[in-house]
Design a protein. Structure first.
Length: 117
């Protein structure tokens, strides 16, 4: 059972925007909010060359990497064809206007990928 950690309030993430969450180990996590108010969380690194996905353009349930335009799905962190590769995705939930991440995932998921690319 996940141990949920409050990260921010939903209004801290603009619709079609992103917010970075720093971690003690590993790269930052990017929170994304769609136009419909859904929130997703990915490691803030494009699987292609490590570009900061939090600085990309959010559209639908995807984000375009600001470096080379790779389109990454927010549901799973995987590049859309014909591109390849995935970045870790994190469990996220919104409850009573608060955005929460799984504390275990936040501490461990993707920490070995912070310097790759």
């Amino acid at each position: 059972m996940p141990d949920w950690k409050t990260i921010c309030v939903l209004d801290d993430i603009a619709p079609l925007g992103a917010r970075r969450v720093a971690r003690e180990k590993g790269g930052d996590v990017a929170l994304f909010r769609t136009a419909q108010g859904e929130v997703f969380a990915l490691l803030d690194r494009c699987p292609h060359r490590g570009g900061p996905l939090s600085q990309g353009i959010v559209f639908g349930t995807s984000v375009a990497c600001p470096l080379h335009g790779r389109v990454i799905g927010l549901h799973d962190g995987c590049a859309k064809a014909p591109d390849e590769g995935c970045t870790p995705s994190f469990s996220v939930k919104v409850e009573a206007g608060q955005v929460l991440l799984d504390a275990q995932e936040l501490a461990t998921l993707g920490v070995d990928r912070a310097g790759d690319g």
